[in-house]
Design a protein around this ligand. Structure first.
Ligand SMILES: [Fe+2]
Ligand SMILES: [Fe+2]
Length: 421
């Protein structure tokens, strides 16, 4: 179609005026931000490795989606002041109950079996029924989000099947699914436009707040035990260069613990500007990607990493710290620290010039680029989190590192002793 630049149905009257549209988009924004927070709260607590990875990717996509809705909402004669409001008490209840999932299966059923499919159905309906010319900016956003949601749901359906067939959770998650559906129906669906009766449902589990675990969880059926020591590969090669290369691969794979630390920060740090949560969601997904770098490098060499002990120090050693201290430890202590040579540059050059491993060289190239971004995020946010200038924050980071290395050194000595016996 040459005219209307291919935009369809130009004469149709849309079902959304400006005010109604803004109200519905406000609900979409709230759902994406809720899913971000729920995934962050659960990432350290869930067992399945692939689920942890998915939570990291999808919470980043939720942060980007929420961000787009935030912009679009303020284009619809709506004050940015409403962006932090909860649009609907029952929708809030849905999110408060969803975070109360007690195992991997319940969480996956709630997120990928109920909420995301309902969101996708709403988005398709919105895209079809809005006036295509007046609301083209919304339609464009919806198209990209539909692509994300379809991928997320396809992955989630596989994971639900996998967990159900594995029989790990024999009690199933049907009751949990039904509860989620009840809350969703009571709020008139995702967009609030479905028929509803004037009755507010009661809480099921959310009378108590969700608590982050004090120790991060690793899959007890498939993985080695959690440890605060670096344990490398099962059969270390004689060649010292190869040995150092394989150790690096494992250190990358073990970056899940950094992702979990940021997850804890996102979940427990209240009242920061939205931009902080968006930046942190990306930061978290980067650390999950780094773990995937390691996983892919190890697997490309045929090395079994999963049955090895799993390093969980970043999260566990810092678990009792306040989120500002946790974030300072990581972003200033570790990440800004890695900008000094040899640091991240040295790791990249080692893989390129000494180990001559093309895949690992590419991974380290991007790992270094990501860490430059993370050090910048550290300098951007820690002064606000701590309420002090960056010089003071760096002094705090030094103390946090001292405490951390003390704990980890002890664990490493114990491991080395055990190994030599
Ligand atoms: Fe990293
Ligand atoms: Fe990083």
């Amino acid at each position: 179609m040459l005219n209307y630049i291919g935009i369809g149905n130009p004469y149709n009257l849309g079902q959304y005026g400006v005010e109604k549209n803004a109200k519905v988009l406000q609900r979409y924004r709230f759902i994406h931000e809720g899913l971000l927070r729920i995934a962050a709260g659960h990432l350290p607590a869930r067992e399945d490795w692939d689920l942890k990875c998915a939570l990291g990717k999808h919470l980043y996509e939720d942060a980007e989606s929420a961000n787009q809705w935030r912009q679009r909402i303020t284009e619809l004669r709506t004050s940015p002041a409403v962006l932090n409001h909860e649009p609907d008490a029952t929708l809030s209840l849905l999110m408060e109950e969803l975070i109360q999932a007690r195992n991997d299966l319940e969480l996956v059923v709630g997120i990928y079996g109920v909420v995301r499919p309902a969101l996708l159905a709403s988005y398709k309906k919105h895209m079809a029924n809005t006036q295509q010319i007046v609301d083209q900016p919304t339609v464009r956003i919806l198209r990209t989000m539909i692509l994300d949601l379809e991928d997320q749901i396809a992955w989630g359906e596989q994971m639900i099947r996998h967990l159900e067939e594995s029989g790990i959770y024999p009690e199933g998650a049907e009751e949990f699914r039904q509860n989620m559906l009840t809350f969703l129906t009571a709020s008139g669906g995702i967009d609030g436009l479905e028929p509803k009766i004037p009755m507010l449902p009661s809480r099921s589990r959310s009378h108590e707040p969700y608590k982050l675990p004090l120790k991060s969880v690793r899959d007890p059926r498939k993985m080695g035990p959690a440890t605060w020591a670096r344990t490398g590969v099962a059969i270390p090669p004689d060649d010292p260069v190869k040995m150092s290369l394989f150790s690096k691969m494992r250190v990358r794979q073990e970056e899940m613990t950094a992702a979990e630390l940021i997850a804890g920060v996102i979940y427990s740090q209240k009242n920061m500007p939205w931009e902080f949560y968006r930046d942190s969601a990306r930061h978290l997904w980067d650390e999950v990607r780094h773990a995937l770098f390691g996983q892919a490098a190890l697997e490309s060499e045929g090395i079994d990493w999963m049955s090895r002990p799993q390093y969980t120090s970043d999260y566990d050693v810092n678990a009792l710290k306040i989120p500002g201290a946790q974030y300072t430890w990581l972003a200033i202590g570790i990440e800004e620290g890695a900008m000094k040579r040899p640091g991240k540059a040295g790791e990249y050059e080692f893989c390129r010039d000494e180990a001559k491993h093309p895949l690992m060289t590419q991974f380290q190239d991007y790992d270094w680029a990501d860490e430059v971004v993370h050090a910048n995020l550290g300098r951007k946010w820690t002064p606000e989190l701590i309420g002090e200038e960056i010089g003071y924050v760096r002094e705090i980071a030094k103390k946090e590192l001292e405490h951390f290395w003390h704990e980890v050194r002890n664990a490493q000595e114990q491991w080395n002793e055990q190994k030599s016996q």
